[in-house]
Design a protein around this ligand. Structure first.
Ligand SMILES: C[C@H](O)[C@H](O)[C@H]1CNC2=NC(N)=NC(=O)C2=N1
Length: 91
């Protein structure tokens, strides 16, 4: 089981395009084309399944919102920060 991160640890390590929202970290990715967003969401899903750590993904017109938290630990852990970086690499 991963350790919950402190507020300072999260602030220090969170990617600049991500935001803290309570027990979650969130990023909204923008796309010119709806289907590019759909394809990106699919690639995020592939990474999540490989890592067996799953985000909430919301696909909207020209944007995809990705939210991460560690459900078992009840907050934000290194797993969430790592997945955020891996998702950003899918762009
Ligand atoms: C049994 C438990 O659901 C699994 O170990 C995994 C699946 N994917 C998961 N994803 C996320 N975000 N948090 C979890 O705690 C988690 N647990």
């Amino acid at each position: 089981m991963a350790e919950l991160l402190s507020d300072d640890e999260i602030d220090a390590q969170l990617g600049s395009d991500w935001e803290r929202d309570g027990d979650e970290i969130v990023r909204v990715y923008e796309f010119d084309d709806y289907l590019d967003g759909v394809a990106f969401a699919a690639s995020v899903g592939e990474v999540a399944e490989e890592e067996f750590h799953h985000p909430e993904i919301t696909i909207r017109y020209q944007e995809v919102e990705v939210r991460l938290t560690s459900h078992e630990e009840g907050g934000i852990t290194d797993k969430d920060l790592r997945l955020a970086d891996l998702f950003d690499d899918e762009l």
